[in-house]
Design a protein around this ligand. Structure first.
Ligand code: NDP
Length: 469
C-alpha cells in the first residue's frame, strides 16, 4: 500500500515540460504533472498497438481475472488515491465524493470482469447457422473530463481491456495527477504496454482522435469537443462512444410527499457539487406543491456542509476550476438580474480562497432564463413552476441535449406515462442520476451516442463479427 506522498511523488514530473496543479479549495500547489508531447502520444499509440495482439490472445477468463486483481490494487491504494483525488479535484472525502468514487472504480472493474461475454448464437436451425462474435478492435483512446476523473476513466478502460483491446488514456489537464495515479496503480497488475496514459492539453486528445492506429474513441466531456472528435473520426472511420454534456430536467407531479423526496432531489442536483453530467439541472414542479418542495429543498440544503474536501464533515466542495466557477457565477447572475427569487446562496465570497460557490436554489424563474436553458455544471438549481403537464414536457424536451431526466410521483403508472414522453437516454423515477454497472447508460440527442455498462458496454468496445454457415 502506497502513502499519499509516495503516490504523488510517483506521478509528479521532475523534468521536461511540466504543469502546476493546484488545490481548487485553497489555491495551494499540490504538485507538477508532466506535459507530454504529441510525439509521446504517437509512441504510446505504437506501444499499445504492439501490445494488442498478445493481450487479445490471452483467454477472456484470464483478462477478467486481471481486472479483479486491478480492483484489488485500487482498494489496496484507496487511501492515497482518495486523498489525491480530493486535493486535486476538490471533492470532499465523504458523501457521494472521493471515497465513493474510488470505491466505484473497484465495483466497475469487477462488473466489467463478471459481465457474461456477449458472444451468442443468432440462429441454428434448418434455415441456417450463424453466431455473433465480439472481437477486439485494437487500440482504444480513452479521453476523460475533470469532474469524475477516476470513475469515468474506469468506465472507459475496464470494458475496453476486458474485450481484448489496449488503451491509451488522456486525463483532463485540470486533473492530470489523479488519472496518472490510477493508471499507475492498474499497471501494478497489467502486462506492459496494455494501458498507458499521456498527460497534457487538448492537442494530445486531438492527436489521439486523428490517429489511424486508434480504432475506437471513448470520450466524456463537452458537446463542443465531442463535435470536434466526430469530425476527427471521419478520416479513418474511427468508432465512437460519446458521453457529452446534458441539462437534465426533473418533473415533480402534484402527488409527491415534498419532505420525503427533498434529500433525493437535492443529491440528484448537487452530487459532486453539481459537477456531474447526469445531474438534475432544472426542476419543474407542479404549482400545487411548488412552495412546499422549494421550502423542503432549501431546508435540506442548509444541512449539507460545504468546505475544504479533506475536512471530514464536508459533503460539498469547491468548483474544480475558475472556468466553471465563472460559468456558474454568470448564470446565477442572469437569474438575479431577471428578478427570480434566490432562496439560498447566490452571494459568493469573492475574496475567499478557492473556487467556492455557495449552494444556490432559485425559484420563480422564467423557464427560458439562461440558468435554466444552459448547463450550469455547478451548485445552482433553478426551480420552475408549472400548472400544465403538457407544457412542462415541452419545456423539458425543448433543449438540444438529453442525457438523463426524472419524474417524481407516488403513482408509478402515471410516472411511467410521463417517462415515456421524456427525450433522454435514461429516465429515473423518484431519483436522479443513480447508476448501476449492469444498466446501460448514454445520451439522446446532442448528449452523445453509444451506451456504456453491462453487455451493451462490452459490445461497444468490440467489432461485431458474424460467422455464418
Ligand atoms: P472538454 O470537453 O474540453 O474536455 C474533456 C476532455 O477532452 C479533456 O481531457 C480535454 O483535454 C480533451 N480535449 C480537449 N480538446 C480536445 C480535442 N480537440 N480532441 C480530443 N480531446 C480533447 O471539457 P472541459 O473540461 O473544457 O469542460 C467544458 C464543459 O464541458 C463544462 O463546462 C461542462 O459543461 C462540460 N463537461 C461535461 C462533462 C461530462 O461529464 N459530460 C465533464 C466535464 C465537462 P484538456 O482538458 O487537456 O483540454
Amino acid at each position: 500500500m502506497q502513502t499519499y506522498d509516495g503516490l504523488l511523488a510517483a506521478v509528479t514530473a521532475h523534468e521536461g515540460q511540466t504543469q502546476e496543479v493546484r488545490d481548487p479549495a485553497t489555491g495551494a500547489v499540490i504538485g507538477h504533472a508532466p506535459v507530454h508531447s504529441v510525439e509521446a502520444v504517437d509512441r504510446a499509440i505504437e506501444t499499445a498497438a504492439a501490445a494488442a495482439a498478445s493481450w487479445a490472445a490471452i483467454s477472456d477468463a484470464d483478462r477478467a481475472a486481471l481486472l479483479h486483481r486491478a480492483a484489488d490494487a485500487v482498494e489496496a491504494h484507496a487511501d492515497a488515491l482518495v486523498e489525491l483525488l480530493s486535493r486535486e479535484q476538490g471533492k470532499p472525502l465523504n458523501g457521494p465524493n472521493a471515497r465513493f468514487e474510488v470505491g466505484a472504480c473497484a465495483v466497475w472493474l469487477r462488473a466489467a470482469a463478471d459481465t457474461p461475454h456477449p458472444n451468442h448464437e443468432i440462429i441454428n436451425d434448418e434455415s441456417g447457422r450463424a453466431t455473433m462474435h465480439y472481437r477486439p478492435i485494437g487500440v482504444v483512446a480513452a479521453i476523460t473530463p475533470w469532474n469524475w476523473p477516476l470513475m469515468i476513466a474506469i468506465w472507459q478502460i475496464a470494458p475496453s481491456l476486458r474485450m481484448g483491446n489496449t488503451v491509451v488514456q488522456k486525463p483532463s489537464e485540470y486533473t492530470p495527477l489523479s488519472g496518472l495515479a490510477l493508471v499507475r496503480i492498474l499497471n501494478t497488475v497489467l502486462p506492459e504496454g496494455v494501458l498507458q496514459s499521456v498527460s497534457g492539453g487538448g492537442d494530445l486528445g486531438a492527436r489521439l482522435t486523428s490517429s489511424p492506429k486508434v480504432g475506437k474513441i471513448m470520450f466524456t466531456g463537452s458537446t463542443a469537443t465531442g463535435k470536434k472528435i466526430i469530425e476527427a473520426s471521419a478520416e479513418h472511420v474511427t468508432r465512437l462512444t460519446l458521453e457529452l454534456g446534458g441539462n437534465d430536467a426533473g418533473i415533480v407531479l402534484p402527488d409527491v410527499d415534498a419532505k420525503a423526496i427533498a434529500p433525493d432531489l437535492f443529491w440528484g442536483a448537487f452530487i459532486n457539487t453539481g459537477q456531474t453530467c447526469a445531474a438534475l439541472k432544472r426542476l419543474y414542479v407542479h404549482d400545487s406543491v411548488y412552495d412546499e418542495v422549494v421550502a423542503e429543498l432549501v431546508a435540506f440544503a442548509r444541512t449539507v456542509p460545504m468546505g475544504v474536501g479533506l475536512e471530514e464533515q464536508n459533503e460539498l466542495g469547491p468548483l474544480q476550476n475558475k472556468m466553471q466557477y465563472d460559468i456558474v457565477d454568470r448564470l446565477v447572475q442572469s437569474a438575479i438580474d431577471s428578478g427570480a427569487t434566490i432562496e439560498c446562496g447566490g452571494n459568493p465570497e469573492r475574496e475567499a480562497p478557492g473556487f467556492f460557490y455557495p449552494t444556490t436554489i432559485v425559484s420563480n424563474i422564467d423557464p427560458h432564463n439562461p440558468l435554466v436553458v444552459e448547463e450550469q455544471f455547478g451548485p445552482a438549481l433553478p426551480v420552475v413552476r408549472f400548472s400544465d403537464l403538457d407544457e412542462a414536457l415541452v419545456l423539458a424536451n425543448e433543449l438540444e441535449v438529453g442525457l438523463g431526466a426524472s419524474v417524481w410521483s407516488s403513482d408509478r403508472e402515471k410516472a411511467l406515462d410521463v417517462a415515456a414522453r421524456m427525450e433522454s437516454g435514461t429516465v429515473w423515477i423518484n431519483g436522479h442520476g443513480g447508476l448501476h454497472p449492469m444498466i446501460p447508460f448514454g445520451g439522446a440527442k446532442q448528449s452523445g451516442y453509444g451506451k456504456e455498462f453491462g453487455a451493451e458496454g462490452l459490445k461497444a468496445v468490440a467489432v461485431a463479427q458474424v460467422v455464418s454457415g
